[in-house]
Ligand binder design. Sequence first.
Ligand SMILES: *[C@@H]1O[C@H](CO)[C@@H](O)[C@H](O)[C@H]1NC(C)=O
Ligand SMILES: *[C@@H]1O[C@H](CO)[C@@H](O)[C@H](O)[C@H]1NC(C)=O
Ligand SMILES: *[C@@H]1O[C@H](CO)[C@@H](O)[C@H](O)[C@H]1NC(C)=O
Length: 360
Amino acid sequence: MIFPFFAILVLIFIIVILFETQNYPIISKTDPSLRIAIVMVFSKNTNLKNYEIALQTIKCYCKIHNYTFVQLLDTDFNCPHKDKFFRRHCTVAKVLPSYDAVLFLDADIGVVNPKRKIEEFLEEGVDVTFVNRFYNWEISAGFYLARNTQYAVDLLNGFANYEFKLPFSFHGTDNGALHMYLAEHLFPDASAESNICKKAYSESKSYRDLFTFEACIKSLFGVGTRFGKVRIMKKVVYLFIFCFKNTQFRGTGWARDGWLTSMMWHPDLDFMIHGWKTNQLRKTPNMTMRPVQMGRSQWYNPLAGPTDLEKCGPHNSTWSYDPRMLGNKDRIVDSLRAFEQKIALAQVRSYSRLEWLLSH
Ligand SMILES: *[C@@H]1O[C@H](CO)[C@@H](O)[C@H](O)[C@H]1NC(C)=O
Ligand SMILES: *[C@@H]1O[C@H](CO)[C@@H](O)[C@H](O)[C@H]1NC(C)=O
Ligand SMILES: *[C@@H]1O[C@H](CO)[C@@H](O)[C@H](O)[C@H]1NC(C)=O
């Protein structure tokens, strides 16, 4: 009697495991012939020195995985845009057809965990992937992953050309525009709703107003992540494999801000970290640290020394780290989760200012 019962239990266990893992296509099949590029766009007056530490990690990372690192000057591409923030997306649209996929990144993003791969984020049927910022409810215009398709090229051009449709308000350049553009592009049948947000956009006079406008747009998006060929990735995803809590950030974006956890990171969770400006680097305190929020414009170096590009290649993905920055996984997740909940509440509060904003 006991044996069949036991067998059924084992069967259920296996089915649940299969079901749970199939729900999350964790790593897509890697095709070594894919031409993937990491693209950064600079302006004439960009001080590259200020991004040196981050850039070295990106260059090393590209050598490990045979990705092409592409550093562009935004004036070299005949883009008619006056605002450099819009011009950079026009620039990316021009180079995208030379590769199979392009990961566009702000210059102050560095890699901490070179074992992760960009292919993880190339989901079938998705042409452009954006990421929600961690510290508010904005979709970030500072990084995205685009496949070489006409849809993606058109989307990036449409986004860049939003410069010519900006309202005369506190519009937040490309980051504000990204929200209005995506809403109009993805939900053409919801003009009644998106026009409400558009009115708020044109009334915006401050960051506070801008964030209320963005909360309005995010209310159209809801908590979904897939919108046709566009994906907008979540901040934190919990994977529950049967009864074991197995937290990873698979299913979330490739980069988060370092200050959220006092720069503490964990290889199961993190891939790239945002906010590595050399002039904001602080000396790492010689004490036991906790993964809590610190000042936004500062960071500690998670690496133990300078990156030696000569030693970077497919056979070496072992970097040396400052052990003080290697955190406890569960404590990092708990800290980020608590922060995420605070932000979700702040988003509701910001959204509730909408009526006030529209009536002023
Ligand atoms: C590296 O990528 C290029 C395409 O960008 C490809 O032609 C080449 O075969 C790749 N090399 C290896 C070792 O995979
Ligand atoms: C850091 O602190 C430990 C013990 O508190 C000490 O042994 C070590 O020398 C200190 N290191 C530096 C770089 O100050
Ligand atoms: C691997 O690359 C890193 C980063 O440049 C370097 O610090 C390290 O010494 C290299 N390891 C070997 C065995 O070459």
